[in-house]
Ligand binder design. Sequence first.
Ligand SMILES: [Zn+2]
Length: 411
Amino acid sequence: MSSTELYSFKKLIKMLKSKRGRGTELISLYIPPGRSIYDVSRYLRQEYDQASNIKDKLTRKNVQSAIESILQRLKLYKRTPVHGLAIFCGAIPRGQERGTEKIEIYVIEPPEPVPSFKYVCDHEFYLEPLENMAKEKRAYGLIVMDRGSATLAVLRGSSYRIESQLTSDIPPKHSAGGQSQRRFERIREERVQHFFTKVGKEADKVFLPIIDELEGIIIGGPGDAREFFASGDYLDYRLKKKIIGNLPLSYTEEQGVRELILKSENLLSRASLFREKEEVDCFFSTLSKRPGLVTYGVKDVVEKLRSGVVEKVLVLDDLEVHPTRIKCMNCGFTEERYLSQDDVEILRSEGWTCPQCGATSYELEERDLVEYLSEIAKETRAEILIISSKNEWGQQLKPFGGVVAVLRYEV
Ligand SMILES: [Zn+2]
């Protein structure tokens, strides 16, 4: 998923999360790939019959209507989509009184395979499987080592997996002194070289196939082996460039991996924010060196984006700005405004008069800013980067309307 796809997916989850039923009458249905639609429909018809036992008359009616709606929608599918389906359906109250509920249905072809079949009837939608899909997918490579062993692991989100364990046959240091001591040291050094080379090759094998997903590599371990390893020519140069930390640890092997994850917490969150910081810094340095190469504010950014001169847009993730299109129902005159949610409500209650023909009937289309920008950006091959408003770099964009753009050339 691209960052804007992820943004839209998270928004969808948030919307579903806000829905509440009056009783336990909202249905969440997860169909994994491979499960036949026919099979699921049969299951739903059984649930429909079961629902006739529900004592409360209105709840019974609502549950059965929801099942019927799902069955109707399933008829549109000849076979289960590659990632399966997630369906949310139920009676959502429109007002305070009982009976104002309306059946709403959301059919989603998820970005990742649905892990297992689930049918849940509750007063809210069951969203955990979708939330898992929206979680952090970026990976970090971990190397925990000393001269005795090396453990390679991959960390994704909050879970890690040990990919490989190596042990060496390097004898511990001893002090016999004299001639034999020097020979011993030489042999030991050769074995250390051999072991580091082996660890490097193993790291290439484990990390190179997933290099595109790797945000960074973190090395750790007791003693100085980790430093010799990182500074020597043992890792592939592409992996070496990804090293974001090298930390002293008390433990090796799996215990060391856990220790490394705990110790690199700051490092990890900094790395994921690093790209955002770089982009914001780039905007400000362009602004000071070549101000003609940047633009900011929703209106100007949209205008430049449309004309195809925008290279990159940085937009805050929580802007309360809605691109709103007002169209006269009489003459077709259209007007675009960038309004806050409150302004949209005011416009709705106060009405609008067409400046061209004086008619007062109009159509109002309200959009999400990030999605709106992404659509235009797609046509002009501009890049959209969503910046978290929670960190200091995001804050720096606030005085610029929260939306800024770097242009391809001065206009
Ligand atoms: Zn008009």
